[in-house]
Write a protein that binds this ligand. Structure first.
Ligand SMILES: [Zn+2]
Length: 291
C-alpha cells in the first residue's frame, strides 16, 4: 500500500502538472471507484479544474474550482498516471502502487477506473487493480469528518515527544508496531515504514508498547521523521523514473533495511532477517539488532 512518502511524492508531482488546468473530458470505467456516482461525477468534473491538492496521512483532498471537492485514496493498489504528449516526447509522471512498464503502456488499460482529460491534452489515469481505492465527491462537512479521524503528521511541529508518550499510555498492551500503524495516532505510516522505523530504533516489532523504556520510545520518536524524510528524499519505494520525466533516479527500495528482506542478511550485523505476523501484518526485523 502506498504510504506517506509515496502519496506525498505523487501529490507533489501532480501539483506541478494538473493544477488550474481545465478538465474537458471524464470517463468512469468502474462505478465503484467513484462511489457509484458516475453521471454526477462526470458532470461535476467537466469544465471544472483542480486548484489545490492536499494530503493527510494517505488520504488526498483535491480542491476543485467549483465545489464539492474530491477525496482521493489509493488504498492497496491505486496508481495515478499522468501523460502528456508534447511534440515527439511524452511527459509522464506516475505514482502510488508499485509501477511497471506495462502500467503506462497503452492507457487506458483493464485496470483503469477513471480517466480525466485536460484542455492542454494531458491525461490522468486512476488505475486500481483491487478496486479498494476511490475518487469521490465530498462536501466540506464530509472532508472535515474524514480528516478528523487522523492523528498527527510525523513531519509537523505538533508531533512532539509529549504527544508520542500519550499514545503509549493509551495503547499499552498492543505491540509497538500496531501503535505505529494506527492512523488515529500517527498519520501516514504503514507496513513498510513501521518496520523500518523499528529497525532504526533497535526495537522488536512485537514488543508490547508498555514494555518499552523511555530511551526506546525516544529512539522510535526520533526515527519516525528520520525515516520519513529519507524516504521522501528518494521519492518513496514505488517510484519509477519513466522516460526520465523528473530527472531523478532510483527509489527508497535500495535503502530498505528490513522490509521485504526476510531470508537476507542484515545490512548491519549479517544475521538473517526474519518475517513474522504482527499487528495482523507481515513484519520484518533483525533478531540480533532488534531487542
Ligand atoms: Zn542486524
Amino acid at each position: 500500500m502506498p504510504e506517506l512518502p509515496e502519496v506525498e511524492t505523487i501529490r507533489r508531482d501532480l501539483v506541478k502538472k494538473i493544477l488550474n488546468k481545465k478538465i474537458v473530458q471524464v470517463v468512469v470505467y468502474r462505478a465503484k471507484s467513484v462511489a457509484g456516482e458516475n453521471t454526477k461525477f462526470v458532470r461535476h468534473l467537466r469544465n471544472n479544474s483542480i486548484i489545490a491538492i492536499e494530503r493527510r496521512g494517505k488520504l488526498m483532498v483535491w480542491r476543485l474550482q467549483k465545489k464539492p471537492d474530491l477525496l482521493v485514496h489509493l488504498k492497496m493498489t491505486g496508481q495515478l498516471i499522468y501523460e502528456r504528449k508534447i511534440k515527439n516526447r511524452v511527459d509522464i509522471i506516475a505514482g502510488g502502487h508499485k509501477l511497471s512498464e506495462q502500467d503506462i503502456d497503452a492507457l487506458p488499460n483493464k485496470f483503469t477506473r477513471v480517466a480525466v482529460v485536460f484542455a492542454n491534452g494531458g491525461e490522468l489515469f486512476f488505475n486500481d487493480l483491487r478496486v479498494f481505492g476511490y475518487m469521490k465527491l465530498a462536501d466540506e462537512k464530509v472532508i472535515q469528518k474524514a480528516l478528523a479521524e487522523f492523528g498527527l503528521e510525523p513531519l509537523t511541529k505538533a508531533f512532539t515527544m509529549d504527544y508520542f508518550e500519550e499514545l503509549f499510555k493509551r495503547r499499552s498492551r498492543a505491540p509497538v508496531k500496531a501503535l505505529l500503524l494506527d492512523q488515529q495516532a500517527i498519520a501516514g505510516l504503514g507496513n513498510i515504514y513501521a518496520d523500518e522505523v523499528l529497525f532504526c530504533a533497535d526495537v522488536k516489532p512485537s514488543r508490547p508498547a508498555s514494555s518499552l523504556s523511555q530511551h526506546e520510545r525516544k529512539k522510535i520518536f526520533t526515527c519516525i521523521p528520520k525515516i520519513t524524510v529519507e524516504a521522501l528524499k528518494h521519492r518513496g519505494t514505488t517510484f519509477r523514473n519513466f522516460l526520465d520525466s523528473s530527472g531523478k533516479k532510483g527509489n527508497y527500495t535500495d535503502f530498505l533495511k528490513v522490509y521485504d528482506r526476510d531470508g537476507e542478511a542484515c545490512k548491519r550485523c549479517g544475521t538473517i532477517i526474519k518475517k513474522i505476523r504482527c499487528a495482523g501484518r507481515g513484519t520484518h526485523f533483525c533478531p540480533y539488532c532488534q531487542k
